[in-house]
Design a protein around this ligand. Structure first.
Ligand code: ADP
Length: 278
């Protein structure tokens, strides 16, 4: 992938996978280009917990997790259904509040942030991709993609140009004026990925992005994630699909709300995993 999504690779290499989850520096903000000033991780959590219910009905969906995701890292979070993957993603992206613990997004602490400030930070720094796409049915592909930029105050002309550019990058230049109902599942998810990139987010968070797709569409989406990873986009993908691991730098396996394994992966440009180290 080329253009605005391409980040400074030297900086990524410096930060990729080298920082302890106990790092103490937190800069106040991300840069306009979506990069974190001062070398903070793009995402960080300490002692992060989210519980539901109480007494015999208590569920520890996320249970005292520590995590640092450096800018430029592509992280896959795997594990069986119900182990806490989606809850973790929602906590990291500020869609849910933790029961305990701290979360930093783009160097800013979000677990204590007001709803209003959090909504603004989310809009400016996070692109979400969901299993069910969540496109607006009555808007065309290009309108879906440009909406986030318009809401962020971009001019209509600039938002439209960027949306068309992103649709081109996801291979859908010819479908810009189609409604989602005219698109296949894979094409809808590619529109959703283009939408997630609309505001040049520091981090893309994807929740089972291939969960509703057939094999061919899954491969299209995997290829896009591979391009994003190569371009240095910080990515966290939660999934059941082991093929996602082939486009990740790092894979965490969750069990019962906690991390059971945390591995560095060495992926080739074609996505074939050929080595790993702890
Ligand atoms: P995964 O994404 O790995 O399938 P989830 O994060 O969705 O797991 O869920 C983790 C655990 O938290 C599960 O036991 C689930 O039933 C429970 N859970 C998730 N959301 C809620 C909720 N809103 N109320 C009660 N329990 C919940």
């Amino acid at each position: 992938m080329t253009g605005p999504e391409r980040k400074d690779t030297a900086e990524q290499e410096k930060s990729r996978g080298t920082r302890s989850s106990r790092g103490s520096r937190h800069s106040p903000a991300a840069t306009a280009a979506g990069r974190v000033d001062g070398g903070s991780p793009a995402l960080e959590a300490r002692g992060l917990s989210r519980r539901y219910g109480r007494d015999s009905g208590l569920v520890r969906a996320v249970d005292e997790v520590d995590l640092a995701v450096p800018a430029g890292q592509a992280l896959a979070v795997m594990g069986p259904s119900g182990c806490g993957k989606s809850t973790l993603l929602h906590l990291l992206g500020g869609l849910q509040r933790p029961t305990e613990g701290q979360v930093w997004l783009a160097g800013r602490r979000i677990d204590t942030m007001s709803e209003r400030a959090l909504a603004r930070l989310r809009r400016d720094t996070v692109g979400f991709v969901f299993q069910a796409f969540h496109l607006m049915d009555e808007l065309t592909a290009v309108e879906n993609v440009e909406l986030a930029a318009l809401l962020a105050g971009r001019s209509p002309g600039r938002a439209r140009r960027r949306a068309l550019h992103l649709l081109d990058q996801v291979g859908l230049a010819g479908r810009a004026t189609d409604l989602p109902s005219a698109l296949s599942g894979g094409q809808r998810q590619r529109v959703a990925i283009a939408r997630a990139l609309s505001n040049e987010p520091l981090v893309v968070l994807a929740d089972e992005p291939t969960g509703n797709l057939d094999s061919a569409a899954t491969l299209e989406v995997l290829r896009l994630f591979e391009e994003l990873r190569t371009a240095g986009q910080t990515l966290v993908v939660v999934t059941h699909d082991t093929r996602i691991a082939a486009v990740a730098d790092r894979m965490i396996t969750m069990r019962d709300g906690a991390f059971a394994d945390d591995s560095r992966l060495a992926a080739t440009a074609t996505g074939a995993v050929h080595g790993r180290e702890r």
